[in-house]
Design a protein around this ligand. Structure first.
Ligand SMILES: Cc1cc2nc3c(=O)[nH]c(=O)nc-3n(C[C@H](O)[C@H](O)[C@H](O)COP(=O)(O)O)c2cc1C
Length: 384
């Protein structure tokens, strides 16, 4: 009875090991593909695999030990002087005698296993980076970086870099909602709230906050947040709060409003030219924000999630192959303005670049090529 239980236990452990190996490989590939650090399912399956492997080794230890002893003994039988030889415990390997040099320490089957396993491992290791896009040389970012250096030999003349597109994205059929106090935002005094932190205090205090209270944002807070992100700060030139290469402003700003006082929840587009919001799609977007952000729950708990996208042609007609660099840099500038603006107002903020591109582009109503989502920033009230 005890033997049967032990036997069953061994089989269960082997089966679980097999399942966990598949899980570890699967989650490893997912983590690699999506560049997920600390992917919890992968970590758990890895640790569980290690535990089961240890249990397997402990259970099989008598066999392993017996086998090792037998092997060692056979070896000394094959090599030692005739009068010290013990009678063999395990029958001599089948290669013994043929060569006339005594039994080999590795059987033919073992040798074959080693050769097949080694060769298979070598080929898999060689092919896998190609499939997974792993080596540095296959890193397209690196290639792009080299390709976008000035002075590198190129075929500029052969490429049509297109025309300059309109500076502002407009939705002519949709209503524009004025954000509060846009006029009073101009002029330094009007901008500072009584409680606001000064710049250096905001820099020192800024942290990525992932825990929010259920208090809504005020419209005034949202207005100032968007002004810090992409607001026009000089009326004459229409230059904005964040710097932009050639003042071409490729970044568009969207807001997933979860909880803002007197504002219908939904997806909005921010129009800097008159500091207004356009409601693109009404409805609760909490669940979508979370699932598109790879299940990072705080994206559904914040008051708003700002989404930055780029219209690449706004840069491409002038900056050609360097355009993509500039688009990412500009999203970073705006992201930091949002961080500091939110911190100054006592709000919590967290940047998110790990998201499902296709789903988020679809939600914004953009094609992911001419215009593509680059960055999400959750902003909300916090106790931290
Ligand atoms: C490009 C970028 C992407 C980020 N993506 C995420 C993310 O997907 N999820 C998250 O929780 N934090 C994200 N962060 C926030 C970082 O984890 C955070 O800045 C870092 O831990 C340092 O903490 P601090 O911002 O409080 O100084 C991101 C930050 C940057 C700059």
């Amino acid at each position: 009875m005890r033997r049967t239980i032990k036997h069953d236990f061994r089989y269960i452990i082997s089966a679980c090991l097999l399942i966990l190996t598949v899980a570890a490989v699967g989650t490893g590939v997912i983590a690699d593909r999506w560049d997920l650090n600390n992917f919890v399912p992968h970590i758990i399956s890895g640790y569980a695999m290690a535990l089961l492997a240890l249990a397997h080794t402990v259970l099989e230890f008598p066999r392993l030990w017996g086998y090792t002893k037998g092997r060692l003994r056979r070896r000394s039988v094959g090599r030692g002087p005739a009068d010290q030889r013990d009678p063999p415990v395990i029958p001599a390997p089948d290669s013994a005698g043929k060569s006339g040099r005594g039994p080999s320490p590795v059987s033919r089957r073992g040798l074959l296993g080693l050769v097949v396993g080694g060769t298979g491992g070598f080929i898999a290791g060689w092919l896998a980076p190609g499939f997974l896009g792993g080596t540095q040389e296959s890193d397209l970012g690196l290639r792009y970086h080299r390709w976008s250096r000035p002075g590198s030999l190129d075929s500029e003349g052969a490429v049509d870099w297109g025309e300059r597109p309109p500076q502002y994205k407009v939705y002519p059929d949709l209503e524009r909602l004025a954000l509060p106090a846009v006029d009073s935002l101009f002029g330094e005094e009007a901008l500072l709230g009584e409680e606001d932190l000064p710049t250096f205090a905001s820099i020192a205090r800024r942290r990525s906050i992932r825990s929010y209270t259920s208090d809504p944002l005020s419209q005034s807070q949202l207005s100032r947040l968007l002004y810090a992100a992409a607001g026009i700060t000089e009326e004459r030139t229409e230059f904005r709060a964040a710097p932009s290469a050639g003042a071409l402003y490729p970044i568009e700003t969207y807001v997933l409003v979860h909880d803002v006082e007197d504002l219908v929840p939904g997806l909005y587009h921010y129009a800097p030219q008159d500091h207004t919001l356009v409601l693109l799609d009404a409805g609760d977007k909490r669940r979508q924000a979370t699932s598109l952000g790879l299940m990072q729950g705080f994206l559904g708990e914040a008051g708003v999630v700002v989404v930055l996208s780029a219209i690449f042609q706004r840069l491409r007609w002038r900056y050609r192959r360097r355009s993509y660099r500039y688009a990412l840099l500009e999203a970073g500038h705006i992201g930091q303005n949002i961080y500091l603006g939110a911190t100054a107002m006592g709000l919590g903020v967290c940047a998110v670049a790990a998201f499902m591109d296709d789903g988020l582009n679809q939600l914004l109503g953009v094609d992911g090529e001419r215009e593509a989502a680059l960055y999400m920033l959750a902003v909300g009230n916090t106790t931290q």
